[in-house]
Design a protein around this ligand. Structure first.
Ligand SMILES: [Zn+2]
Length: 154
C-alpha cells in the first residue's frame, strides 16, 4: 500500500471559525489564498464544502432532507467546536444554482439569488446562534481570470 510522508504537521490549535463554500474546483486555490492570506486564518478553520455551499442551509421547502443534513453538520461543528465566526462564500457561475427551480427566488438573476440566500442563512442563524459572527462573501473572477472576492454587506 502506498504511504505518503507529508511535511505538514497536524494542527493542535483550537479554532473558532467555520467556512462554508462550494465544491467547484475552479475556486479552490483562490479561496485557499483568500482565507489564509487575505483573512489571515493561517489554515486554522473548519471547512464545509459541498455543491452550492451555504445554499444547503436554505433548502427547507425544496429539499428538506438536504437541508436537514446541512443543518445537522453545521450544528455539530458550531456546537462541538464552540465556533464564534462563520464565513459563507457564494460564487459566480455556480452550477448548483443552475439546477434550482426559479420559483425558489424572486429574481432570476443568479448573483441576486445567491445574495438573497446568503442573507436568508444569516437571518436564520441570528435566531438559533445569536453569538455567531457571520460574514458573507461573493467570489468571482476578473478579465484576467484572477479570482476576486467581495464582502457582501447587510
Ligand atoms: Zn458552485
Amino acid at each position: 500500500m502506498a504511504s505518503y510522508q507529508i511535511s505538514s504537521k497536524v494542527n493542535r490549535a483550537e479554532t473558532d471559525v467555520l467556512v462554508v463554500y462550494c465544491s467547484d474546483h475552479r475556486f479552490q486555490a483562490g479561496l485557499y489564498e483568500f482565507l489564509n492570506l487575505a483573512l489571515n486564518l493561517n489554515e486554522n478553520y473548519d471547512l464545509l464544502v459541498l455543491p452550492g455551499g451555504p445554499q444547503c442551509l436554505t433548502l427547507m421547502e425544496y429539499l428538506p432532507k438536504f437541508s436537514w443534513a446541512g443543518w445537522k453538520w453545521f450544528r455539530f461543528l458550531v456546537e462541538k467546536h464552540e465556533l464564534k465566526r462563520l464565513i459563507l462564500i457564494a460564487h459566480q457561475d455556480c452550477g448548483w444554482y443552475k439546477e434550482l427551480p426559479f420559483h425558489l427566488h424572486a429574481s432570476s438573476e443568479p448573483r441576486h439569488r445567491q445574495e438573497v440566500d446568503l442573507h436568508r442563512v444569516k437571518q436564520a442563524l441570528a435566531k438559533d446562534f445569536p453569538e455567531l459572527h457571520v460574514e458573507l462573501y461573493y467570489a468571482g473572477w476578473d478579465a484576467n481570470d484572477r479570482v476576486t472576492v467581495e464582502a457582501i454587506s447587510a
